[in-house]
Ligand binder design. Structure first.
Ligand code: AMP
Ligand code: GLY
Length: 436
């Protein structure tokens, strides 16, 4: 069968690669894809992004199933349009995607269904927001309601910062319509983990747990990014916390959406904070897989991803099971010079092609490409083309060994101005050290 993956990031490279390993698949198209999906066996890039053209292509090529990677096309209703055209597609509808596309919707929904999350209030008027800040006091978290590519969340340590954030969003409209409405919420202390499930709207299968590293610099310092690295599984999600998360968060979300008449199908990502009291609270939902969490998670997946997604599309996920490699996978993001503010393009990447070839001889690592393109003088060089350039992902018997393998690989790859954290996995390693 032929499949279509929508997107062009590291997450989509990982998805398309994993799907292509199914014996039932002979071609995975990636629209629009990147240099990684271009060079990967079994994948083919498709340089189109408009929904009518994608639908026409899917019909003409008899695409058995389309899988959507990023939130933007989901927010724009790609699932609704494909379904209306009689095509099979995996992801939430535009209405269901509101769990990510409107933070106010997500918070109000959590209130209605008693799902634990930070206390909050919504505002569209600056004076009321300022008064709330004076009344409650920092630290507070200010969030734009709409999609803002990671720029919509401001952690304010002081009242001044909180007031400035309100002005930036509600008065100066720095994020445009995404910031016409904001929420201000309580700051929660704790350890952040990512919890992703696949669901057909009724049945739910959790994927392996993971932990992202959102700040640019070592020790979780510096500006927020899309994610500088991730590993799976994370020891922070103990079996009892796993049960708590499923019972108090994931089940009520999927059941609640269904009760409200907005069945949720797709991957659902919960960004969670584990508090020092071992309570879990929701920071955010994403209506898709996480990036870079997907890269280590899929490197560990032993089951056939096509079969899993087919069950989810057909409403038979209760018949599916997921098997994981017992090892840890750890992915380090190599980002372009200037990321996250102003990533530089067209830097030549050396050492990568040799590794991609070697990669075919081992199952122990995979280099997933994100912001890459073919270019340079020959037109055939791999060059940087976006903020997060690569996610170098390796397996190891524990977090430390996976970390060592991934960092060894990174040393072999070079591009001018490349940025990578040196401590991906450190919290998990410290946790394991303490428990021995
Ligand atoms: P979000 O896009 O909502 O996940 O927010 C981006 C990042 O801000 C999260 O990954 C957290 O690190 C942090 N964050 C968001 N909400 C809170 C909160 N209520 N308390 C503490 N940190 C938060
Ligand atoms: N890794 C965080 C995200 O995908 O939003």
């Amino acid at each position: 069968m032929k499949l279509l993956v929508i997107g062009n990031g590291g997450r989509e490279h990982a998805l398309a690669w994993k799907l292509s390993l199914s014996p039932r698949v002979h071609k995975v198209f990636v629209a629009p894809g990147n240099a990684g999906t271009r060079l990967e066996q079994g994948l083919e890039n498709l340089p189109i992004t408009s929904f009518p053209e994608l639908i026409e292509f899917a019909k003409k090529e008899q695409i058995a199933l389309t899988i959507v990677g990023p939130e933007i096309p989901l927010a724009a209703g790609i699932v609704d349009e494909f379904r209306a055209a009689g095509l099979k597609i995996f992801g939430p509808t535009q209405q269901a995607a509101q769990l990510e596309t409107s933070k106010t919707f997500a918070k109000d929904f959590m209130m209605r269904h008693h799902i634990p999350t930070a206390a909050y209030c919504s505002f569209n008027q600056p004076d009321l927001a300022h008064a709330y800040i004076d009344q409650h006091g920092a630290p507070l978290v200010i969030k734009a309601d709409g999609l803002a590519a990671g720029k919509g969340v401001i952690i304010a340590d002081t009242n001044e910062q909180a007031h400035a954030a309100v002005n930036a969003l509600l008065v100066e409209n720095n994020l445009g319509a995404a910031g016409n409405e904001i929420i201000i919420e309580e700051y929660i202390e704790g350890t952040e983990v990512s919890f992703i499930v696949i669901t057909d709207g009724v049945h739910i299968l959790p994927l392996a747990t993971s932990q992202d590293h959102k700040r640019l610099l070592d020790g979780n310092l510096g500006p927020n990014t899309g994610g500088m690295g991730a590993y799976s599984p994370t020891p922070f999600v103990t079996p009892s916390l796993h049960a708590q998360i499923m019972r108090n968060i994931i089940d009520p979300v999927i059941n609640g959406m269904s009760k409200e008449g907005v069945g949720y199908t797709g991957f659902l990502y919960a960004g969670l904070m584990i508090t020092p009291e071992n309570q879990v609270k929701v920071l955010e939902f994403n209506c898709r897989l996480g990036d870079p969490e997907t890269q280590p998670i899929l490197l560990r997946l032993r089951s056939d991803l096509v079969t899993l997604i087919e069950h989810a599309v057909n409403g038979t996920l209760d018949k599916a099971a997921i098997e994981w490699d017992r090892r840890t996978a750890l992915g380090i993001v190599m980002a372009a010079a200037g990321y996250p503010e102003n990533p530089r393009k067209n830097d030549a990447i050396t050492g990568l092609r040799e590794l991609i070839t070697a990669q075919e001889q081992t199952d122990d690592f995979h280099i997933f490409q994100a912001g890459t393109a073919l270019g340079g003088q020959s037109g055939d060089e791999i060059v940087t083309a976006g903020g997060r350039v690569l996610c170098v992902t390796a397996l190891g018997e524990n977090i430390k060994l996976a970390q060592q393998s991934a960092y060894k690989l990174i040393e072999k790859i070079h591009f001018d101005g490349s940025q990578a954290r040196h401590d991906i996995g450190y919290q998990g390693i410290n946790y394991q050290r303490k428990s021995i």
